[in-house]
Ligand binder design. Structure first.
Ligand code: GDP
Ligand code: IMO
Ligand code: MG
Length: 425
């Protein structure tokens, strides 16, 4: 019996897809527990690049069971496009993929509502991915949602009622829209979805655990986008933290083993909202260019800045992170010096904890470390690490009071270095 959770510690896009793919051979099951097609998880291997949105990143490796859990919100039209593209590229998934009947459906009108609410917010808009995430979770919590299992009985009726309710809201907002094309693709998606294993995934996953199988839970977004602990209201609408794996899959908390927290050697954010260490200068631009920091799905420019250890300490705390994974340090390979925010100055006072509000008046206090000025992208073992890089790792481990167990030095599956001791295995 073993459930490990892998999740993002920053504002998303830390490299979760890549590492889930790397770790998949060690598990029997890979499961997504929250979020939906707002995610874009990139994997690279054998010269090919794939971006997954709703399908777990364990889908490429042999006959692992991949589960889309009840905590996920699923858009059948986008799911169909994603699944068909994977099948066309020679990756069969119909037998491997199991979808919870309790996962909520993103309706075409949820996407329109997402746009309408953003438009109504004007300058204070969240900058959502426009995939209907907020309105779908809102319907779930207000007990108005449609679930995957609903497509099996009296679906037309339930759909018509939900659509009518959404249309009344859109009318009250005076929002102009045309749902015809979206609805057509969505209905095709519903028919396609019927061909998959639609399961009671909470039973399935617990039965597999009883049989001694192991599970890797794949987080989406990141802790700073969590609806409770992120930079509210500039967050997504689900619990991205470790506890989300329990509610999003039907797992008891005592089943959780390792909690892998993923972080970049710097920090990025897409969309609006506070970002204390954001860089508006040439350094920020250099990080964006070298790190190819553009949205995996939308192509939106990601805002870039230095790593924020205050926010990371908070993220490690609320997730109970046991092991850290450091991504994209190769992007800083050429830098003379590297900064890390170790505290905040708020109203002239230095604090080392994450405060209630980081919207205004938070000034980062930086430590400055020497760069390693070495191309690390071809390294395969930590024995090759330059001295300055080892010092940087030790600094992070000390500041974050958590060991860094994996270092990623490039986007490819092979560019991954483990720092495991025998007892970690
Ligand atoms: P996710 O949403 O957390 O899965 O991350 P994304 O896929 O949105 O963004 C991570 C990006 O960084 C992708 O383009 C990856 O291919 C790339 N990437 C992952 N790890 C590394 C790394 O160690 N170095 C570099 N240079 N790129 C990486
Ligand atoms: P992965 O899994 C980065 C951001 C959006 C917006 C906010 C709310 O690839 O790391 P939403 O559409 O969820 O209502 O948008 O959250 N956001 C992400 N940013 N990576 C993601 O996913 C994100 N998913 C949502 O940009 O600011
Ligand atoms: Mg992403």
């Amino acid at each position: 019996m073993k459930v490990d959770v892998l999740l993002g510690l920053q504002w998303g896009d830390e490299g979760k897809g890549k590492v889930v793919d790397v770790l998949t051979p060690r598990y029997d099951v890979v499961a997504r527990f929250q979020g939906g097609p707002n995610a874009g998880h990139t994997l690279e291997f054998e010269g090919q690049k794939y971006v997954l949105r709703s399908i777990p990143s364990g889908i490429f490796q042999g006959d692992k069971v991949n589960i889309i859990g009840n905590g996920v919100v699923l858009d059948p039209a986008l799911f169909k496009a994603e699944a068909e593209a994977l099948e066309a590229s020679g990756h069969p998934l119909r037998e491997r993929l199991h979808i919870s009947k309790k996962a909520h459906l993103i309706l075409p009108t949820h996407r329109i509502l997402d746009a309408a609410y953003e438009a109504a917010k004007g300058a204070s808009k969240v900058g959502t991915t426009g995939k209907g995430i907020g309105p779908t979770y809102t319907d779930k919590v207000s007990r108005n949602g449609l679930r995957v299992g609903d497509i099996l009985h009296n679906f037309e009726e339930k759909y018509a009622a939900a659509k009518a309710r959404h249309e009344a809201i859109l009318k009250s907002l005076n929002y102009e829209y045309d749902v015809t094309e979206l609805e057509k693709q969505w209905m095709e998606g519903i028919e396609y979805l019927r061909q998959f294993h639609l399961v009671d995934s909470e039973h399935e996953i617990n039965n597999l655990l009883k049989e001694g199988k192991s599970v890797l839970c794949e987080g989406a977004q990141g802790t700073m986008l969590d609806v409770d602990f992120g930079s509210y209201p500039f967050v997504t609408s689900s619990n991205t933290i470790c506890a989300g794996a329990c509610t999003g899959l039907g797992l008891g908390p005592n089943k959780i083993g390792e909690v892998y927290g993923i972080m970049k050697a710097y920090c990025t954010r897409v969309g609006a909202g506070p970002f204390p260490t954001e860089l508006f200068d040439e350094t920020g631009k250099t990080i964006r260019d070298l790190g190819h920091e553009y949205g995996a799905v939308t192509g939106r420019e990601r805002r870039c800045g230095w790593v924020d250890l205050v926010a990371l300490r908070y993220a490690i705390m609320v997730n109970g992170v046991t092991k850290l994974i450091l991504m994209k340090s190769d992007v800083l390979d050429g830098f003379d010096t590297i900064k890390a925010c170790v505290a905040y100055k708020v109203n002239g006072e230095e604090i080392d904890y994450f405060p209630f509000d980081i919207t205004e008046g938070v000034e980062p206090v930086y430590a400055e470390l020497p760069g390693w000025k070495t191309d690390m992208t071809k390294m395969t073992s930590e024995d090759e690490f330059p001295e300055e890089f080892n010092a940087y790792i030790s600094f992070l481990e000390e500041q974050l009071e958590t060991p860094i167990k994996i270092v990623s030095v490039g986007p490819d599956r092979e560019q991954t270095i483990e720092r495991y001791t025998e007892e970690d295995k």
